[in-house]
Design a binder for this molecule. Structure first.
Ligand SMILES: Nc1ncnc2c1ncn2[C@@H]1O[C@H](COP(=O)(O)OP(=O)(O)OP(=O)(O)O)[C@@H](O)[C@H]1O
Length: 607
């Protein structure tokens, strides 16, 4: 009975460890009871051969047991934790405080990588940040999206924006200075106070009332200047400020380039390199593309891809949105159609951000968890490599110099992917300021709790995602430029393919344009009857060589009364759709109203 020494790790007490000789019977029974609730706070991890009764730790065993039992009892009422969360955000908040934050705090993650998350970080609206060298048109781009001027906006060919400006919704136009923003508990900006007054003087919110900002927050940034000028003029580390902080929190980072003056300065390169970690949030825009001729644009585009290929770490070719994002007339109009398509693609992506906000937060949370885990491995490895008494400074310097070896060792010992490791140079820089002997050794209970969260608690949250936007009634972004994207004759493709005739007025049926031709073929296959059978239509449509799936779609769209027979109007409609498809346009899955044959249209209008 007393022959076993058991190790009990209490998750509730976090840093308290109990190594004791205890009645095997009692521990086993107790552990079994806790485990059987499915809300395990105790981990029962085997035995070693020693039989001296010992208890280590700050809290008495009784306190530990009392806490564990109370958490067990509360566990009884919480059968499935994820089911009790109202939203993915609530789930993430709870997991953060229970599983991730203890690990982050123990291994100084907040000092090395990112400040502790607060409630506002989980609740905040989706946001988009614009970055680019000066005068690439960032402020003009934002003005174009919002559809109006906002307070503090400055546009000009010289470096104009010298502040980080958060453009947000509010009843009245106003400017909120940085120092006030960081003390507002509803905003996620409190940790920015660590950057000091120099930064806060260059940080502000522009408040204005517009529907676009009801579901989206936009962030304008100072244009990137080159090299030393950047640091000397600004008085704060621009890259550290926004890369470490803003890029981690926003939903999109738009990198703006000027086609008319393509330049990728060293400073901008360094910025993009740091952003590689968030490549899923990156959108690249080649602005002012109408300022150059199509031939010049091709060259500029090629040069941009070449430069980006060397900086952006993706195996795929980066997607570049080309256009001119403002409301002035185009200088070269040859690529007008292309620009329209590109604008639509980009704006559609921005428009859907509120619906993707939860998945983005979940994604960032998982990314942060993986980084925190690797960071814990690094810190504890450095601690374990330090001598106990002499030669600490020499050992520290050696470990910093050989950090790549430490990374490789961790990689092979714990099976961590190379992509999860923090930037080695940045780590080297930061490690210099720390006493490695004060680092904590690896606490496997914290790592287990994190793994448990990633493997068991996150998947149920993911299954909540599809219903999340429905439940929270999340809407797409509307207003400003987003209201001008659809249902007007100027949108790209508005008068082509299946949309041809959409804006011709309700009296005109576009299909009738070639009626004489359709009547002739109808006569031939119907032999003078009013309707033709499905088999006859099938044989005729098959002559087009389109795949059967496409022909089946045409058949379904044209058979408006669903009786399996075609009259002359349905036959004409089938041929019209066939022509559209053969011309390379896509077909919709439901027939647009303007293509309904006139008789059916009247019925549908009155129903
Ligand atoms: N699509 C465009 N085509 C041509 N010129 C443009 C376009 N957009 C903006 N501009 C012009 O480029 C200049 C710089 O614009 P803007 O101030 O918006 O750039 P910015 O990137 O915000 O600059 P900064 O970095 O100084 O804040 C202005 O003169 C503006 O009129």
């Amino acid at each position: 009975m007393f022959r076993f020494k058991n190790r009990v790790v209490c998750y509730t007490c976090k840093d308290d460890y109990y190594q004791m000789q205890w009645s095997r019977c009692l521990i086993t029974t107790y552990a079994n009871v806790v485990l059987s609730t499915g809300d395990c706070r105790l981990q029962f991890s085997g035995h070693v051969n020693a039989c001296r009764p010992r208890i280590f730790g700050k809290t008495s065993l009784w306190t530990c047991q009392t806490r564990c039992i109370s958490s067990w009892i509360s566990g009884l009422f919480k059968q499935d934790e994820t089911r009790s969360f109202n939203s993915v955000r609530d789930g993430l908040k709870s997991m953060y405080s229970q599983c991730l934050e203890p690990l982050e705090t123990t291994y100084l993650f907040h000092d090395f990588h990112s400040p502790k998350l607060r409630s506002a970080d989980f609740d905040y609206k989706p946001s988009v940040m614009l970055i680019g060298q000066y005068s690439t048109g960032k402020t003009t781009f934002l003005q174009h999206i919002v559809g109006k001027d906002y307070p503090g906006m400055r546009i000009g060919p010289e470096p104009t924006t010298d502040k980080f400006i958060v453009i947000m919704n509010g009843k009245e136009d106003s400017i909120v200075p940085g120092n006030a923003l960081v003390v507002d508990a509803n905003m996620p900006y409190a940790p920015l106070s660590k950057f000091g007054n120099k930064f806060l003087n260059r940080f502000q919110a522009s408040v204005t009332s517009t529907p676009v900002l009801e579901n989206l927050t936009l962030i304008d940034t100072p244009g990137i200047l080159s090299g030393e000028k950047q640091l000397i003029d600004r008085g704060y580390d621009f890259i550290q400020v926004w890369v470490q902080w803003f890029a981690e929190r926003v939903d999109r980072v738009i990198l703006l380039f000027d086609a008319h003056k393509l330049d990728v300065s060293d400073e901008f390169k360094r910025t993009i390199e740091v952003l590689n970690m968030y490549e899923d949030k990156l959108k690249i825009v080649l602005n002012k593309a109408d300022r150059v001729s199509p031939q010049q644009l091709m060259r500029v585009y090629g040069a941009l891809m070449w430069s980006l290929g060397k900086i952006v770490n993706t195996p795929e070719v980066v997607r570049v949105y080309t256009g001119s994002f403002w409301k002035q007339p185009l200088q070269h109009t040859a690529n007008r159609h292309l620009f329209e398509l590109e604008h639509q693609d980009l704006f559609k992506d921005l428009q859907s951000l509120p619906k993707q906000n939860s998945i983005r937060k979940l994604n960032d949370f998982i990314r942060r968890s993986r980084l925190a885990k690797v960071h814990a491995y690094i810190i504890s490895e450095l601690k374990s490599e330090m001598p106990r008494l002499f030669g600490r400074e020499v050992a520290k310097q050696r470990l910093i110099d050989e950090l790549d070896t430490v990374y490789r060792r961790i990689q092979s010992r714990y099976g961590v992917s190379a992509g999860d490791f923090p930037d080695i140079n940045q780590m080297r820089r930061k490690l210099k300021d720390y006493d490695f002997t004060k680092f904590k050794v690896l606490d496997s209970s914290l790592i287990d709790a994190l793994d448990d969260m990633l493997n068991k608690k996150i998947p149920p949250l993911m299954s909540m995602l599809p219903n999340e936007s429905l439940q929270l009634n999340t809407e797409d972004v509307s207003g400003g430029v987003f209201d001008l994207m659809e249902n007007n004759p100027f949108q790209s493709g508005a008068t082509e393919g299946v949309n041809e005739g959409k804006y011709d007025g309700s009296e005109t049926w576009i299909v009738a344009k070639h009626m004489a031709e359709y009547e002739k073929s109808f006569q031939r296959i119907s032999g003078g009857k009013e309707k033709v059978s499905g088999a006859a239509v099938r044989d005729e449509l098959m002559k087009s060589h389109l795949p059967n799936t496409e022909l089946a779609l045409i058949w379904r769209l044209a058979d408006v009364d669903n009786d399996g027979y075609f009259d002359i109007k349905q036959w004409a409609l089938a041929n019209h759709l066939l022509k559209i498809r053969l011309a390379g346009h896509e077909l919709p899955h439901t027939l647009p109203h303007h293509l309904l044959p006139p008789a059916s249209k009247n019925v549908s209008d009155h129903s």
